[in-house]
Design a protein around this ligand. Structure first.
Ligand code: ATP
Ligand code: MG
Length: 821
């Protein structure tokens, strides 16, 4: 057996077979294509039954085996690249003498393996490598002339399918012997042994062993050329038989040398052996106690019959193992997992709707619509506990209360709460666990979450399902998640580590996400989405006063008498120190204020404090956010747009400027494709209406226009900035500034219509946060008006746009003058 081969597969620059001499190869011009004739000519097309031949110096490729091949000779590169380009296989042929640089047909063995090119790699050092997988034996019929590399007509030699008992018996012995050898060798990866173990078909097994075995290329070629399967198996058995003897002998010698290592080591060895003997006799207290404990734990875990049987079997295995064996701790950890998982079936939910209402109200301000939906959901569950209820998914910006709503629901249902974060999970194994054969394998995070909860009667919150990776060659995590969430399947959820089904059907799942669009489609279909949009200044003020302040007071060991924060101060924290849709930073800043007071009280300098707005500067530093709206838009060419982002709405400045040029449009600020197109459309629209807008058409021809959207670090996309782009351009070209108190959003069509957009509530809230008093929205978004919180509806002035002309009329400082054409 030759372990180098396997290494070679992993690192293409280690060559196959012995692994030391590079497997140089070259397409010898050969007698069939005399040098000179084909120099520099284009190759003619390859007939269907012809193969591009790749002569190799010192490796034998077997069907089914993946091998890296180093290619040094220029002609071979041509052959390999042509094969890769045409997506044709190559015929790998061993040279009769490795030292020949330009092999002719008579210098090659005429039997080889058809191989598919998996990859063609050019290394950093300029070396070329091919990774190929053997497919089938072939025999040369004749070499063809007229190609830049050897080409031959060939006959493929498939292995016969029929297998008789004689062949089967031989294959079985071969497998055993091969595994025996692999186990005798140091550092053979378990996967390799598994690989051999798992091959069923005798022909395939013979080729795998032929490829792996430690033998000369000539011996391997002889095996390859043995077409009769039974004879081939016999040859392999003979070869492996010899190897086993050699390896056993060398191991014995090894042992003997070890025994003479000296007294000190000898003593150590003897002690170890004594321990082992004691354990055999059952005198090993510690180990025995541990096993006893595991036994008890298995009996008490409340496992199903099937699982308990499985656990007992593993325990038996453990009992027979020496404690020092690496596997011992693996099996022990596994049994610990099994026994610590909750197996007993969960108690039924006891849902009291009135109590649930009370708990939701006690923990959360406002959110009326959302609370109502949650109560409806709970009511349905109460009436039909076994029915299939959809998975609730809270979608909204950070800090709006998704997680804490989940906690309240758990409380209302009397369930334990656990959080499992799915953000950045790319690998199916993170959800489903690694197989136990992996070093350091663990169950996936669903099973880990269950253990953390300690009961199946829990509410598991799957956070950030929108940040779930898209699946790689390690499997698709979202399909594993589907299985977790699907009530049809999750009663027999299979975690790779556990290896036995686990019933998740009594677990209640709730998902959270910041955005809806990146949740994989099939997952989204299964969810009942509940959107949380973010809070107004007013709502935040209430949340701070009623919830956050009290929470932070007790977190910092203060009483309400010791520290008071005035309404003005809270307002200033909301407006000047935070800019967010949720209340997380608000809570943090309040915490900072309270800590400041707590230190003074602890020092004894004060006994109580009242924090007003002017005090904030000393505690929290200078204002973190200032309204730059007015300043920015007082000049022509700037418009204030409204954007929707995963963290809530935001305002967005569109800046346009003009320079002498030839009518080019330059776009900067990390704009996405859709936004770029919308800028193009805006410019076209301006051009087509130039006369109406009073713009000199020649001005457009002689200028380049640059549109920039600052805050370039954040990528921006979407069509909803159309109106603001149009206004920025119009303002620039007419030199009339856009009103600085006004922000707008809306998609445009080339006919000048303003089309509806999404995220109205978030955008309006963002405008209000930024100090805007006037918002222009597409008229067709009127239906979203009632979603806008009441105080925003009161405080802001709304302008509804049917066409871009409405926008021009309502926001450019001087009224539109119809130009006389
Ligand atoms: N309506 C509300 N009433 C009272 N407290 C609230 C409200 N909304 C949010 N909070 C509080 O704000 C804090 C942040 O909320 P939470 O952690 O639930 O946010 P989240 O939506 O899960 O955010 P993320 O997307 O970042 O996970 C919590 O302490 C929560 O209790
Ligand atoms: Mg959260």
């Amino acid at each position: 057996m030759n372990t180098e081969v396997d290494k070679g597969v992993a690192e293409p620059d280690v060559t196959a077979d012995g692994g030391r001499i590079p497997a140089n190869l070259d397409a010898g011009a050969g007698s069939a294509s005399p040098a000179g004739i084909n120099e520099g000519t284009q190759s003619r097309p390859l007939p269907e039954d012809a193969l591009i031949i790749l002569p190799v110096r010192n490796l034998v490729m077997f069907p089914g085996v993946i091998l890296p091949i180093t290619i040094n000779r220029a002609k071979s590169r041509a052959a390999a690249q042509e094969a890769a380009r045409l997506q044709r296989p190559v015929g790998v042929l061993l040279q009769t003498k490795p030292e020949i640089d330009e092999p002719r047909p008579e210098d090659l063995h005429w039997v080889g393996t058809v191989a598919n090119v998996l990859r063609y790699v050019t290394g950093a050092d300029g070396a070329h490598h091919l990774v190929a997988q053997g497919e089938e034996r072939f025999r040369i019929l004749e070499f063809l002339e007229g190609y830049d590399y050897p080409v031959a007509r060939v006959q493929r030699i498939p292995d016969v399918e029929a297998v008789d008992t004689e062949i089967e018996a031989r294959a079985l012995t071969l497998k055993q012997r091969a595994i025996e050898i692999l186990r005798l060798l140091p550092q053979v990866p378990e996967e390799m042994i598994m690989g051999v173990q798992n091959v069923e078909a005798p022909a395939q097994l013979a080729d795998l062993v032929g490829g792996l075995m430690d033998a000369s290329t000539d011996e391997k070629q002889a095996i390859l050329e043995t077409f009769d399967l039974r004879t081939r198996l016999d040859k392999l058995l003979e070869h492996l038989g010899k190897r086993v003897e050699v390896l056993k002998l060398s191991r014995e010698i090894d042992e003997r040398t070890k025994e003479s290592i000296g007294e000190h080591n000898r003593e150590h060895l003897l002690r170890e052996r004594m321990k082992a003997i004691q354990k055999e006799l059952g005198n090993d207290d510690e180990g025995a106690a541990e096993l006893e404990e595991l036994k008890k734990a298995i009996a008490e875990a409340g496992m199903t019959e099937e699982v308990e049987k499985h656990a007992r079997k593993e325990l038996k295995r453990l009992e027979r193992m020496p404690e020092a064996a690496g596997e011992y701790s693996m099996v022990r950890t596994y049994l610990e997992w099994l026994t610590e998982l909750p197996w007993k079936n969960a108690a039924a939910d006891t849902i009291d709707i009135a109590e649930a209402r009370r708990i939701l109200d006690a923990d959360h301000y406002g959110l009326e619509k959302i609370k109502k939906r949650i109560l409806e959901y709970l009511a349905v569950r109460k009436l039909n506990p076994t029915g299939k209820s959809p998975i609730v998914c809270f979608v909204g910006p950070p800090g709006v209360g998704k997680t804490s709503l989940g906690q309240s629901i758990a409380r209302a249902m009397g369930r334990e709460f656990v959080r499992v974060s799915l953000g950045g999970v790319h690998d199916e194994a993170e959800i489903r666990g690694h197989r136990r054969t992996y070093i350091g394998a663990l169950p996936g995070n669903i099973i880990q979450g269950i253990r953390k909860a300690g009961t199946k009667h829990c509410l598991m919150m799957l956070d950030e399902v929108d940040k779930l990776g898209n699946g790689s060659f390690h499997g698709d995590p979202s399909s594993a998640l589907l299985e977790v969430l699907d009530p049809e399947q999750n009663s027999t959820f299979r975690d790779n580590y556990l290896g036995i089904p686990y019933d998740l059907s009594t677990v209640m799942f709730i998902c959270t996400a910041n955005v809806l669009d990146t949740i994989p489609g099939p997952l989204r279909d299964r969810m009942e989405v509940i959107q949380l949009a973010g809070y107004t200044q007013q709502e935040k003020q209430e949340i701070a006063k009623r919830y956050l302040l009290n929470r932070q007071l007790s977190a910092n060991g203060l009483t309400a008498q010791q520290c008071e924060i005035t309404d003005d101060a809270v307002q200033s924290i909301i407006g000047d120190y935070t800019r967010e849709a949720g209340v997380r930073n608000l809570e943090r800043e309040i915490g900072a204020v309270l800590r400041h007071v707590a230190v003074r009280i602890a020092e004894g300098t004060i006994t109580q404090a009242k924090i007003d707005q002017p005090d904030l500067h000393a505690i929290l530093g200078p204002l973190k956010f200032e309204s730059d709206v007015a300043m920015r838009t007082s000049m022509p060419g700037v418009a204030t747009g409204l954007a929707w982002t995963p963290v809530g709405g935001d305002i967005l400045f569109i800046e346009a400027s003009r320079m002498p040029g030839a009518g080019k449009l330059i776009l900067t600020g990390q704009l996405g494709e859709v936004m770029k197109e919308s800028a193009q459309a805006a410019l076209s629209l301006v051009k087509s209406r130039a006369a109406k807008l009073g713009i000199d058409p020649s001005l457009l021809e002689k200028s380049d226009i640059h549109v920039h959207v600052p805050a370039g670090a954040t990528p921006k996309d979407g069509p909803s900035a159309g109106v603001s782009m149009f206004l920025a351009l119009t303002s620039l070209l007419t030199q009339r500034p856009v009103r600085s108190d006004t922000a707008m959003t809306g998609e445009i069509s080339l006919r000048g219509l303003v089309l509806p957009i999404g995220g109205v509530k978030e955008k309006v809230l963002a405008a209000m946060r930024a100090g805007i008093t006037r918002v222009m929205l597409p008229a067709r978004n009127r239906r979203d008006f009632e979603d806008i919180p009441a105080d925003a509806r009161e405080k802001l002035e709304f302008v509804w746009l049917e066409t871009v002309d409405d926008a021009v009329n309502a926001s450019l400082d001087a009224p539109l003058v119809e130009a006389a054409a």
